[in-house]
Structures are given as structure tokens and as C-alpha cells.
Design a protein around this ligand. Structure first.
Ligand SMILES: [Zn+2]
Length: 325
């Protein structure tokens, strides 16, 4: 595709509704991408479905959940066009491409291509090491949709140990804290720093950002809920993730969820309560304590409240004591 044809195609995009307006802005950048790149290409994706231009794409554009993420010219091997995804299927990439057989365009759905596209399409990281958190936007929207809260606004960045250490110092962590033991850190400036060696923890950190980390409940419970929600999104949407906090999750799954009788996906339901907590409702820690304080635990209600309060922090022992006969 010659530059001239690309410009024609950008003209087609410009005629589209507002949802694609950003495409035109980005096109100037897209037009001068180095074609001789050794980055991943989309051509080896196994599953794709071509949907013809017209009603289907108009429908997609009319859906407020559609977000444009990228306009490309060359490095995606014969693929250039506008790439977007929908909140319903954040792992899939919808591409609007020029139709090779006719004037106009076609839409192609690349199943599960979002992580790959994000690796290729990070404009800031072009020619250098990327600092983009993989899959950041799709993860953010999936988290918000699942928990019924606004999408987290924190900017996410991959960092090395030196930058992680700097952030820890700025937030008054003890001077001897080893930055290599941190996979992720949420700064007071509403920035999420994720260790470059652990990009799979972006999901965990984005869930924290939506849950509002330890605002309403003890941190140990917050970690357990964050992990349960992360695993759920890993399984249903395919986002990269590795389990952490096994003990905290065990307490949640064995001691809390069965007693609250929340049914299927109880952890996700409880995470929703915590994420949506406050504002006129009973505080989540009290609400959970009240749910647990039945039968022989009735007299332990105050102790359970204290063990679930944000002041309990990482210490699970008061809770284990309160819940054990
Ligand atoms: Zn965490």
C-alpha cells in the first residue's frame, strides 16, 4: 500500500463518526512507522473472521464501549487500518481495513489479538524499550464492568528496580526495602508502577485500582479479593496472570465465603460490595462482619469487625483467632 492509498484510507476514516476521530489525529504518526521492524506481526494469528463493511461496523461504532486503540500503516504486515476493541470482547481486536477487492473498507475481527497488538502498537515505546503496561485498556474496562465501578484512571507504567525503589523512597517505605520484592505499586500521584519482570501483575494492580486498595477493608482481605477477581478475569477473558497471596485466598475461600452464602462466584460478588462500598451504605468491613457473626460467632462480632477493619492491615491472625472456635 502506497502512502497515497493510505491517505485515501485515512479520508475514509475521517468521514466516520466521532468514535474514530482520534484515528485521523494518530494517522500522521501511523504514516511514518518504520516498515522494517522486527516486532511481532498480526499475520500469524490463528483465528480471524472477516465481517463486511457496512451495518456491522456501524453497529460496533454506535456501541459506546468501542474504543479506538491504534491506526497502523505497515508494521503489521499488510495490515493497516484502524484497530479498536469493544468492552464486551476486550481480548479481540476489530480492525477496519481497506477492502482489497472494492473501494471502501472491511472489518476484521482478530480473536484474542489484543495483547499482541498492544505490544506492537505502543507509540511511546517506538524504537526503545516499551514502558506500556500490556493490555492496560482492555483490562481496565473489563475490571470496571465486572465490579460495576468506573474504570480506574491511574496511568500504568512498566519500571525497573531503580525506579521502583525511587517510588518506595518517596512514599516513605523503610530504606532497606528491596524493590525486587515488589511486583506493583500504586503511587499517591495515581500512577501504577509494575515491575518490568512481572508484566502479568498488571491485572492484579488494575483490580486494586478499582477496588480502592485497603480504603474499606484490611489489606490482607483486599489482596485475597484482588486475586480472586484477577483469576476470574484471567479465566474468562484470557488476561495474563499468576497467582499470589495463597494464604489470604485460603482464608477467604474457606472461612469467609461459605459463611456469607453468596453462591457461585462469591468472591467476585464480595469484591463488588467492597469496590462499590461507602457512600450511604454500611461500610464493607462491618457488613462482612455482620454476615459472619451468626450462630456461635454472634458474640465475636466486634472482634471480627476489628479483624476486617483497614487498620488490621496485613495481619490475618486476629481474624483467624476470631473465626476459630
Ligand atoms: Zn496487591
Amino acid at each position: 500500500m502506497r502512502r497515497r492509498q493510505l491517505e485515501d484510507f485515512v479520508g475514509i476514516l475521517a468521514a466516520l463518526p466521532d468514535a474514530l476521530a482520534i484515528a485521523v489525529e494518530d494517522a500522521a504518526w501511523a504514516a511514518d512507522i518504520d516498515p522494517h521492524t522486527d516486532q511481532d506481526t498480526l499475520d500469524d494469528l490463528d483465528e480471524k473472521a472477516v465481517v463486511h463493511w457496512g451495518e456491522t461496523f456501524a453497529e460496533v461504532l454506535n456501541n459506546a464501549g468501542v474504543r479506538l486503540i491504534y491506526v497502523a500503516s505497515t508494521p503489521l504486515t499488510d495490515l493497516y487500518g484502524a484497530f479498536c476493541y469493544s468492552v464486551e470482547a476486550p481480548q479481540d481486536v476489530l480492525a477496519v481495513l481497506p477492502d482489497p477487492d472494492a473501494p471502501g473498507a472491511q472489518m476484521v475481527v482478530y480473536r484474542g489479538a489484543a495483547p499482541k497488538l498492544h505490544r506492537v502498537a505502543n507509540p511511546r515505546g517506538r524504537g526503545q524499550r516499551t514502558s506500556a503496561c500490556p493490555n492496560e485498556d482492555p483490562i481496565r474496562h473489563a475490571v470496571a464492568e465486572l465490579l460495576g465501578v468506573p474504570a480506574p484512571t491511574a496511568a500504568c507504567r512498566l519500571v525497573g528496580p531503580a525506579e521502583m525503589k525511587k517510588a518506595l523512597d518517596e512514599h516513605d517505605w523503610p530504606a532497606n526495602t528491596d524493590p525486587n520484592t515488589f511486583y506493583g505499586f500504586h503511587t499517591d500521584d495515581n500512577e501504577i508502577l509494575v515491575a518490568r519482570k512481572a508484566p502479568w501483575s498488571v491485572l492484579h494492580e488494575e483490580v486494586h485500582a478499582a477496588l480502592v486498595d485497603d480504603r474499606d477493608v484490611a489489606r490482607w482481605l483486599c489482596e485475597a479479593l484482588t486475586e480472586e477477581v484477577s483469576e476470574y478475569l484471567h479465566e474468562t477473558k484470557g488476561f495474563d496472570w499468576r497467582p499470589t497471596y495463597p494464604e489470604q485466598r485460603r482464608i477467604l475461600n474457606q472461612e469467609i465465603l461459605p459463611r456469607l452464602r453468596l453462591g457461585e462466584n462469591g468472591a467476585v460478588k464480595l469484591a463488588r460490595v467492597v469496590a462499590q462500598g461507602g457512600e450511604g451504605k454500611m461500610r464493607p468491613d462491618r457488613r462482612i462482619a455482620r454476615g459472619l457473626a451468626r450462630g456461635r460467632l454472634r458474640r465475636r462480632k466486634r472482634a471480627l469487625e476489628r479483624a476486617l477493619h483497614t487498620r488490621a492491615g496485613d495481619d490475618m491472625n486476629p481474624f483467624i483467632e476470631a473465626i476459630t472456635p
